[in-house]
Ligand binder design. Structure first.
Ligand code: PMT
Length: 324
């Protein structure tokens, strides 16, 4: 039995290695490492109660390019609302946040602004000056104030990605940099990550021509990175992954499987249509339903969710200390 598990883990590591070996080189990898190291130097100083906590929040959906000079791509659904709103609550709870987000998706402190903020938030006055439209003034002031506080305090580092290759390469750099934080590090993996991709070396270089008729394409499976992330890249960190389904009947079962298979500390199970109202936090101690309660003035489900996860992270840190 043990041998079987070891073999499947070895296969997973081989698949992950070949994914990285064949991926296109990451643009400005050195620059990203420099930003990460600078950020962590400022944010991992010891405090009265141990080290400062740092969470890596992943957000938005990864793309799978179909051509090297990419015109067409396969996308994964995620607006980035979950990741960006959660980032705000983590910052409020005193965490420093590395926000790994899809370019163009929702940003922290911007989720309450209109979708086309520049055009809708401002107006030209009679004196030809530009001013914030009164109907958006409170939302804009709040967004600017809170965002500036986070950026000034150097508690928020934003790193963008577009493709599955960039996402996984940057996630690996983050994990390498955060390894020294041990149990004080948390991973909150809300991004919707592609399960299938076209390997770079078998990808068409130029735009695929429609004149050639119907397109037959074989997609390879993206290796599950949770396994290597949890076991190898960040063995002491606290891990939250997500499970999205559209069929309630299989959601909790699949979340439970992910919890055991990838040794997550919790899996947040959500259904597509109700994801902003309710999630279920699946743990080895049981399932906890978390809802947004408008009657109590709780506008986002992320608020009680982050409160719960911060508590569980504290217990994880305590356990790790006791084991030393
Ligand atoms: O952004 P919003 O519009 O607010 O929506 C939020 C959300 C619904 C996208 C979010 O709450 C959510 O559920 N995100 C995860 C959705 C998902 O892609 O699930 P999955 O079954 O593909 O992956 C499960 C976990 O495995 C994820 O934590 C992912 O990071 C990880 N994974 C996935 C594929 C892969 N090859 N390697 C991985 O590690």
């Amino acid at each position: 039995m043990e041998n079987k598990a070891a073999t499947s883990e070895e296969t997973a590591f081989d698949e992950i290695k070949s994914f990285f070996d064949s991926a296109p080189p990451l643009k400005d990898g050195d620059g990203i490492v420099k930003k990460l190291n600078g950020f962590l130097e400022k944010n991992s100083l010891p405090t009265r109660i141990g080290s400062k906590r740092v969470v890596c929040v992943t957000s938005g959906g990864t793309t799978v390019p179909l051509e090297q000079r990419c015109v067409r791509f396969i996308d994964n659904f995620s607006s980035g609302h979950r990741g960006s709103t959660s980032t705000e609550y983590f910052l409020k709870a005193g965490y420093s946040v590395i926000f790994l987000y899809r370019r163009g998706s929702y940003q922290p402190y911007c989720t309450t602004l209109p979708d086309d903020p520049l055009l809708e938030c401002f107006e030209i006055t009679n004196e030809s000056d530009v001013q914030v439209h009164p109907s958006h003034s409170d939302a804009v002031k709040k967004a600017i104030g809170e965002h500036q506080a986070a950026v000034k305090g150097q508690n928020l580092l934003k790193l963008p990605y577009t493709t599955i290759f960039e996402y996984l390469q940057i996630l690996q750099l983050i994990a390498t940099s955060m390894k020294t934080l041990g149990p004080y590090a948390m991973y909150y993996l809300a991004a919707a990550v592609s399960d299938f991709y076209v390997p770079w070396e078998s990808m068409a270089i130029h735009k695929i021509q429609s004149a050639s008729g119907p397109l037959d394409m074989r997609l390879a499976q993206v290796p599950k990175m949770l396994l290597v992330l949890r076991n190898d890249w960040a063995p002491k960190a606290f891990f939250i992954s997500f499970k999205l389904e559209t069929d309630m009947d299989i959601l909790l079962k699949k979340a439970g499987n992910a919890l055991r298979k990838y040794k997550m500390h919790a899996v947040v199970a959500n259904e597509l249509l109700t994801r902003k109202e309710e999630v279920t936090v699946v743990t080895t101690d049981g399932n906890i339903s978390v809802r947004r309660d408008k009657a109590k003035g709780v506008t986002d489900v992320e608020r009680p969710l982050i409160e719960l996860l911060v508590e569980k992270h504290s217990a994880h840190i305590e356990d790790s200390r006791n084991q030393q």
